[in-house]
Design a binder for this molecule. Structure first.
Ligand code: SDX
Length: 463
């Protein structure tokens, strides 16, 4: 081939030092015979270090191809650690099991945002600030009345969260610590109010305003269900179960919706708009919409006797087993295990939900079936949560809204971390172009595409 053996030096003066340090990949491009030393840091190589690999000097250079970012680290983060194989979830290093046993949702929200558990005075100040920012501008009510009576509450939450940015125009002063703290407090405080208002709109009920004498979870239940009573008194078993569910849904590293918040936030837009992008991503049935889809699936199965037939349809790819599988967990999602443990406590305070039998039978049979175990498909956070919400008289189309409430503290914590990240740049991936090049414009009289629009508006790349 006549190409000389040449090692491109990347970082240290001498490539052999890098190779000798063993903290590098030696990559040989067989098209040219050239070798390259790619430094390894945190068990990763920088995708930009591939760009020097070229055949011709004028080439753009090599890229990594990773649709859905299944094997790409987008950032450094110290907020949440997940070990998918071992089924481990930690927030700032503290195992989720300990947080669910000893903490409260607002204390966990503080941990996510500030990186450490609060002292008692810090927690009291934090709870006071969140409690005293739960009201929304009265014009938001007029905004919500514009929705149809049967509008999906996630659509209303998405829109009203984005609308918050118009009420706090200084939120885009991202360098101002006071504005950052205010946005953090306002987002965490107001999301339950917007959620409950969306529900009350759907029910044709007057809005039930925040009650500052109640805890975060009690207040949400009060805004949802308070009727003519002077003060709403939620069952403490339900309040505790809801607070634990809020803890379990608070953050989950770089999932689809958090990546959306970071991606949109990287343009230096205000945090309300960035969180609205996260709500839009969570709305999808493969992500936060799965808990609602699980209830639809259980109702569709109808009885324990139909479980084997349904699982066969899943294996025949006619159905998906909603609430099963996970991009990261290839073991039982630790959150699913904790939620299942709280189900009994909720059913003590409410009537028993017969769908539990179907869910339990589905889980038992799936975990004993090679189709699922070979694909490492286990229950995820959404498999049992919907059954508990339903027992609390929360309608299925509110389940994903309930997911979005606590995830807001995770989104805000990740947004804050991103804005302080020295590696922060506006997010702008590359592509592999598969379309035509240098085509000529064709006058309409000469086009031969037939008379009707045929086929889907978008085709698979390169089709
Ligand atoms: C959440 O990322 C997060 O952290 C998300 C989340 C969070 O806290 O933010 O944990 C919350 O979104 C939980 C996931 C909720 N979604 C669902 O329950 C929907 C059902 N699950 C699937 O759609 C799926 O498992 C995903 C989307 C969750 C994960 O999809 P992946 O990682 O892209 O996995 P895959 O599609 O490549 O599946 C691998 C194999 C495939 O089989 P083959 O085609 O290779 O033979 O498993 C199969 C899939 O067909 N498979 C399923 C399945 N999930 C995957 N088969 C049947 N039912 C399923 N649920």
């Amino acid at each position: 081939m006549g190409t000389e053996e040449k090692t491109e030096v990347l970082a240290p003066e001498n490539a052999s030092d890098l190779a000798a340090s063993k903290e590098s990949l030696t990559v040989t491009d067989n098209r040219t015979g050239r070798s390259y030393e790619l430094p390894i840091e945190d068990d990763t190589v920088k995708a930009m270090d591939l760009r020097q690999i070229k055949v011709h000097e004028s080439d753009f250079g090599m890229m990594a191809f990773d649709p859905a970012f299944t094997n790409t680290a987008s950032c450094r983060s110290s907020i949440t650690f997940i070990d998918g194989e071992a089924g481990i979830l930690e927030h700032r290093g503290i195992p989720i099991e300990q947080l669910c046993e000893h903490s409260t949702y607002l204390e966990v929200a503080y941990l996510l945002v500030f990186g450490e558990l609060p002292t008692r005075p810090q927690l009291e100040s934090w709870v006071h600030d969140v409690t005293h920012h739960t009201f929304v501008h009265e014009d938001i009510k007029k905004f919500l009345t514009g929705f149809r009576y049967d509008a999906h509450p996630m659509g209303m939450l998405l829109a009203s969260t984005g609308a918050l940015s118009t009420f706090y125009p200084d939120a885009n002063k991202l360098e101002d610590p006071v504005e950052r703290y205010l946005a953090t407090i306002r987002m965490i405080a107001k999301i339950p109010t917007l959620a409950a208002f969306s529900y009350r709109h759907n029910m044709g009920l007057p809005y039930s305003y925040p009650d500052n004498n109640l805890s975060y979870s009690e207040n949400f239940l009060s805004m949802m269900f308070k009727m003519t009573e002077q003060n709403y008194e939620p069952d403490p078993r339900l309040t505790r179960a809801l607070d634990v569910l809020f803890i379990l849904h608070a953050d989950h590293e770089q999932n689809c919706s958090t990546s959306a918040v970071r991606g949109v936030g990287s343009s230096d837009v205000d945090p309300y708009s960035a969180v609205a992008a996260g709500i839009a991503a969570l709305y999808g049935r493969l992500h936060g919409g799965a808990n609602e889809a699980v209830l639809t699936m259980l109702r569709h199965i109808e009885s324990v006797d139909n479980v084997p037939d349904y699982l066969q349809k899943v294996k025949d790819r006619e159905e998906k087993l909603m609430g099963f599988g996970h991009r990261v967990y290839k073991n039982y999602d630790p959150r699913a295990r904790i939620i299942k443990g709280h189900a009994d406590e909720v059913f003590e305070a409410t009537e028993y939900n017969p769908l539990v039998e179907i869910a339990t039978e589905l889980e038992k049979r799936a975990l004993d079936d090679e189709f699922f175990t070979s694909r490492k498909l286990y229950p995820n956070v959404d498999f049992y949560s919907g059954i508990i919400y339903e027992a609390m008289k929360i309608p299925p189309d509110m389940f994903t809204v309930i997911f979005a409430i606590p995830r807001t503290s995770g989104w805000i914590a990740q947004w804050l971390e991103m804005t302080d990240d020295p590696d922060k740049k506006i997010s702008r991936p590359r592509q592999i172009y598969t379309g035509p090049r240098e085509a000529d414009y064709v006058p309409i009289a000469e086009r031969t595409g037939g008379d009707t629009i045929s086929g889907p508006p978008a085709t698979r790349p390169g089709a």
